[in-house]
Design a protein around this ligand. Structure first.
Ligand SMILES: [Cu+2]
Length: 143
């Protein structure tokens, strides 16, 4: 028979373990897809495009076969498209407010990006040359 102390300890471990769920961060699953052998397959898929403001964990997976990808989170400009350098085939990040990024994710690799975001419009993108225009961009809203 277990002693009351053991039971109390088990109960408190359970409660401590369960408590954070009530204050859980928003979690967004992000799938980076596509290989340069098939630029049409390039994309960023989110399991939700809208979350509440606060701590947000992006669970970012590179689901490509051979292609490295990255994930950059920027504040969307007030109007119009993101500034783009056609020669470099990249978004001009210096002209944007970057909120955070995960660089150089290898195929099959997954990492978490934890950010605190206030309400507004954001864009998730991969800024490896050519990937943004091939479809690696996704709007994201924090409300
Ligand atoms: Cu990419």
């Amino acid at each position: 028979m277990k002693s009351p102390i053991v039971l109390a300890t088990l109960a408190s471990v359970f409660l401590l373990g369960a408590a954070p769920a009530a204050f859980a961060d928003a979690v967004v699953a992000v799938s980076l897809t596509g290989d340069s052998t098939d630029m049409n397959g390039m994309g960023i898929k989110l399991d939700t495009p809208v979350v509440k403001a606060g701590a947000i964990t992006f669970k970012v997976a590179n689901d490509a076969m051979v292609e490295p990808h990255e994930l950059v989170v920027v504040k969307a400009p007030a109007a119009g498209d993101l500034p783009y350098n056609a020669k470099k085939r990249r978004v001009t990040e210096a002209k944007l407010k970057s909120m955070g990024e995960i660089g150089d994710l290898k195929p099959g690799e997954a990492k978490d990006l934890k950010l605190k975001l206030s309400p507004g419009k954001y864009v998730l993108l991969c800024n490896i040359a050519g990937h943004y225009m091939a479809g690696m961009q996704a709007p994201f809203t924090v409300e």
